[in-house]
Design a protein around this ligand. Structure first.
Ligand SMILES: Nc1ncnc2c1ncn2[C@@H]1O[C@H](COP(=O)(O)OP(=O)(O)OP(=O)(O)O)[C@@H](O)[C@H]1O
Length: 438
């Protein structure tokens, strides 16, 4: 029997208790510092809301408050007599959190996606975008390396818009027995759909800028050439393929504020300035369509931002989504944000993913209605406009992805511990007999 999870859980609880004891030793002063830190968090969130949701003077005041509040708390904590004890308490709490997450992770490690042995392709065709990732195709000599492994390479001419799905279909008609892409996730999705349509294996080469799909397949994002190893010694994963309206997607479909901002022609050149300019109207509900989403039996009314993903992300954190441990669960991840004022921004800061303004769920289908005939939608990061209602769904395990047998992220149990933390689970793990823990 593995005692590590129990040991980790008990140590985590011990750290948490010691942290409380340290605050207790610091007495009234210590409690005051902790209380001020919480107030500081609330004031920072309120300042942040004013900075994002307003223009002009209120924005400047909000930004100053958002920066001054944590600085003030820091000065107060350092100058107080009990600074060391408070620091110790914070340190213990931090270590406790890390250990608690590790304990839960060790008790129920996510299982890797099953792999399937399939014969190597004999007529692989790889579509490569020389502009992706700032020129990774040339930087990593992908054309030469792929040809050495027996692949035919089609280099995209990016001087005019290319019908990538059409190129892939032609390759299939000419006898390709594998399709692959060295390019961004939008291009990956278009060719993946053609591969799925013909039940052919699909090869992902992480030559884009973000490579989110490659990341969640466990591929090496630092060296796209390693993805070509799948041609020599590969296995297959059966993964889900997203569909939004008539279009395929491999990662995410985004509605609301983000989708609206990336539509803006100025966005590519000045991302932050464009976002700051558009956010007040979008957050206060005057700048975009009113959305209503139906996800299974749930209804999300008026989310300012809505993210639908091909399988749920491990950490329901709207800022850094982390990664999807599996791509074959047959469900969409749904993340909706609705923050209507400074009070709700403060609640979000204090309660994180438990705040009312944040909805996290999974569903087999998501339908987005709007009070407009068309809405901006970002599909795998590409800015599009789609007719409403917009329906998102999944073709379950419809895509055969050929990946190298040895790839760095194959085992999700080795990934950062992003699971939602509930101290009751930690206590159960620490003290209940094995069979009563769930
Ligand atoms: N179908 C296409 N036809 C012509 N040019 C294209 C096409 N798709 C992409 N491009 C060009 O290639 C550039 C790189 O696009 P791509 O999305 O492949 O990579 P990226 O932007 O580096 O990666 P990511 O999508 O991860 O940000 C685009 O800016 C565009 O100019």
């Amino acid at each position: 029997m593995d005692h590590r999870p129990r040991l980790l859980a008990r140590t985590a609880l011990l750290c948490a208790v010691l942290s409380v004891v340290a605050v207790g030793f610091a007495g009234l002063h210590g409690l005051l510092v902790v209380f001020c830190a919480l107030i500081g968090l609330v004031v920072t969130a309120v300042g942040g809301w004013w900075a994002l949701a307003h223009h002009g003077v209120p924005r400047i005041v909000g930004a100053v408050v958002a920066v001054a509040a944590p600085a003030g708390v820091l000065v107060l904590a350092v100058s107080s007599e009990v600074a060391l004890l408070v620091l110790l308490a914070l340190g213990l709490w931090g270590v406790g959190l890390v250990l608690a997450r590790s304990a839960l992770h060790a008790a129920r490690p996510p299982k890797p996606m099953p792999t399937h042995e399939m014969p190597a392709p004999r007529r692989p065709v790889l579509i490569m975008n020389p502009k992706s990732g700032g020129g990774k195709v040339e930087q990593f000599q992908l054309v030469r390396r792929a040809e050495e492994l027996g692949a035919r390479v089609v280099l995209l001419d990016t001087s005019v818009p290319q019908d990538v799905a059409g190129i892939a279909r032609r390759a299939v008609a000419e006898g390709a027995d594998l399709l692959g892409v060295a390019g961004g996730d939008g291009t990956q999705a278009l060719v993946a759909a053609v591969a799925a349509e013909h039940d052919l294996p699909f090869l992902v080469i992480s030559a884009g800028t973000r490579n989110h799909f490659a990341l969640d397949l466990g591929l090496d994002r630092t060296d796209p050439a390693t993805c070509l190893d799948a041609l020599r010694d590969g296995v297959e994963l059966l993964v889900d393929l997203g569909r939004v309206g008539e279009l395929p997607f491999v990662n995410t479909v985004s509605f609301g504020a983000y989708a609206q901002i990336v539509q803006s022609p100025q966005y590519r050149d000045a991302k932050t300035a464009t976002a700051l300019d558009a956010l007040p109207e979008l957050l206060l509900g005057t700048g975009g369509a009113h959305l209503t989403a139906h996800a299974g039996e749930h209804r999300l009314d008026g989310p300012q931002a809505l993210l639908v993903s091909n399988n749920p992300y491990a950490a329901p954190d709207p800022v850094s989504l982390g990664r999807r441990p599996r791509l074959d669960r047959g469900v969409l991840g749904v993340l909706g944000i609705r923050v209507e004022g400074a009070a709700q921004a403060a609640e979000l800061a204090l309660r994180g993913d438990r705040a009312k303004g944040l909805t996290v769920l999974s569903a087999r289908q998501v339908t987005v209605h709007a009070d407009a005939a068309e809405i901006p939608v970002a599909v795998d990061g590409e800015a599009l406009t789609l007719a409403t209602p917009v329906v998102c769904s999944l073709a379950v395990r419809a895509l055969r992805v050929r990946v190298p047998r040895g790839r760095p992220g194959a085992d999700p149990s080795q990934q950062p511990h992003a699971r939602r933390l509930d101290w009751r689970d930690v206590a159960r793990l620490a003290f209940l007999p094995m069979e009563n823990r769930t």
